[in-house]
Design a binder for this molecule. Structure first.
Ligand code: G6P
Length: 546
């Protein structure tokens, strides 16, 4: 059964939210805290090892009530069931959306076209486990008998960002294998990586859901050529494995079937790190840790599927995006992790969020008459405080921000961790409170009256900047799994409310096609394809100066 398709702006709840928005849009967060002493408790969800405080958002009980009404009017509950049950909710590509099945328990049953997919999921997991154990223990050797020391993941987009982010985030848990990622078709990228590698001790994992992606195939081909400069052809079997849905093309590339880790088309690229696409993760941190990552995601799936909206972290979080994006007209959201380990987290989320919900046509095929999608950006705190926080504090734009932090650090240096977390708490406080005239004058107590007059407008600021504080016990494979799944479900809820298809990415295709035409023109003495004069001049200049 298809998802319901309703323009959200035509619902009763939407009009009610609009009316409510006019009433509270200028109310200061400080005022909201003053009028309700229990606000922080009431707007915090404590679940497992997550403490999520929504109270520094510009909402009241009434706001949430109306947003839940909107979700109910748009049948969110029913959509969630369809998502988990394998309905073809990715209608524009004719597929189910089942990354959640990849972290299901063994006894679960999830049907796609009448077939329970769970046994297949566990078969692939078994293959990942066996291969990981063999490489980590050293029983899988390179062709010349040496143990593997380095792993190179060759992939792009979802076949790179997820594994790269998780491997980086969980480096505390890594084993002796060094993991590298080649993604860009820029030849300098792979050259910089292979120049320090010994082909005899390196394992290459080619990851491409479609096995048609130009960047990945070019890098895989060039790296294989580099490998064959020093190694015999028979060595390829020990050093190259692949992950794909397109087993035939992988075989044509020269990789034996036993070295192929299959995946299914109901796993979207940007949600695929839980599948065999996560092979590099499993190799880097060991299979048990990979399994814990899946367990964490599964726990968040259960939370999302079964919790009432009032206590449902991904649901509240997604509805807040609607509130800011569609009523306050905020265009972007920042995600600031207070841990250096999550350095790549915002980059990873950019694909998940912006490729999924960067759509302007609704599920009926009509152009939308409201804003969808959010720009996502962020860098770890405290570094970002010294880079772009000024604009969040005093700029003209409203930027709702997620603060992600951990109660305990991994290396246990409490002195540093207290400093780090005091910055996290201070920033959310400062963003909310701003600085009043009285505070500025107190600070300028020793200044002359003229100086006070001059500086006052620049130094005082309004505050009232919304933040959500996500505080997790510790960064572990399991808690990271929960955190990633939380954002995955947030994306889903947003797409349901905005009435768009979140799981296709047709916009990415056009550039790929044009690049193919231009590549022909770069290789030919004549220009075969028509271009506008700007593009034509650029191509000519490039060719003439090469
Ligand atoms: O895994 P692949 O088939 O090589 O695809 C890699 C990437 O290609 C495109 O850019 C898609 O828009 C992404 O969603 C996908 O992750």
């Amino acid at each position: 059964m298809a998802l319901q398709s309703t323009n959200p702006t035509t619902t009763k709840a939407w009009s009610n939210i609009q009316a409510h928005f006019s009433e509270i849009k200028d109310v200061h967060l400080k005022e909201l805290f003053k009028t309700n002493p229990k606000r922080a408790e009431e707007l915090t969800v404590i679940w497992d090892d997550f403490y999520v405080d929504f109270s520094k958002n510009r909402i009241t009980d009434k706001t949430l009530e109306l947003l839940f009404e909107l979700a109910n009017e748009l049948n969110l509950k029913d959509a969630i069931s369809k998502y988990f049950e394998g309905d073809i909710i990715n209608k524009s590509e004719g597929r189910a959306v089942l990354h959640t099945a990849l972290r299901e328990t063994k006894d679960a049953q999830v049907f796609v076209n009448g077939e329970n997919v769970i046994p297949g999921v566990f078969q692939v997991k078994e293959k990942i486990k066996n291969f990981t154990d063999a490489v980590v223990s050293g029983s899988h050797k390179g062709f010349s008998g040496h143990q593997i020391t380095d792993i190179v993941n060759i992939g792009i987009g979802g076949s790179d960002l997820g594994p790269a982010m998780v491997v980086d985030s969980l480096q505390f848990y890594k084993n002796h294998l060094n993991t590298h990622f080649v993604s860009n078709v820029d030849g300098d990228h792979y050259q910089e990586i292979v120049k320090n590698l010994n082909p005899e001790t390196t394992l290459f994992v080619i990851v491409s859901k479609t096995f048609t992606t130009q960047e990945t195939l070019s890098n895989a081909k060039s790296i294989r050529e580099w490998f064959l400069q020093s190694q015999p052809k028979e060595a390829v079997a020990n050093h190259f494995v692949a992950v794909s849905t397109n087993v035939e093309s992988v075989k044509n590339f020269g990789i034996a079937e036993s070295n192929i880790f299959p995946m299914k088309d109901w796993v979207g690229g940007r949600f695929s790190l839980w599948s065999a696409v996560g092979l590099s993760i499993s190799l880097a941190i060991g299979y048990d840790n990979f399994e814990s990552l899946l367990t964490g995601a599964h726990k968040m799936d259960v939370h999302f599927k079964t919790s009432d909206f009032e206590k449902n972290i991904p649901v509240i979080s997604a509805l807040l995006t609607i509130w800011y994006n569609n009523f306050f007209e905020a265009e972007s959201e920042a995600v600031i992790p207070y841990t250096q380990y999550l350095n790549q987290f915002a980059t990873y989320l950019q694909q998940g969020i912006m490729e999924s919900n960067g759509k302007s046509v609704d599920r009926n095929g009509n152009e939308v008459n409201y804003q969808t999608g959010t720009l996502i950006w962020g860098e770890p705190g405290t570094n970002s405080q010294h880079a772009f926080f000024q604009l969040i504090h005093q700029g003209t734009k409203l930027i709702p921000t997620d603060f992600i932090g951990f109660v305990k650090s991994l290396h246990g240096n409490k002195d540093h961790h207290d400093k780090l977390m005091s910055n996290y708490f201070a920033q959310t406080e400062a963003l909310m409170n701003g600085k009043t005239e009285a505070e500025v004058l107190e600070e300028l107590a020793d200044a002359t009256n003229d100086q006070k007059q001059m500086l006052l407008p620049f130094k005082k600021f309004e505050g009232n900047k919304p933040t959500t504080s996500i505080l997790i016990q510790q960064l572990t494979p399991e808690s990271l799994g929960k955190l990633i799944a939380m954002y995955e479900h947030k994306i889903f809820v947003q797409g349901i409310i905005w009435n768009i298809f979140s799981y296709d990415q047709f916009g990415v295709e056009l550039g790929k096609k044009l690049a193919k035409n231009i590549l022909e023109d770069l290789h030919s003495t004549e220009i075969k394809n028509q271009h506008d004069s700007s593009t034509q001049n650029l191509i000519n200049f490039y060719k003439n100066h090469n």
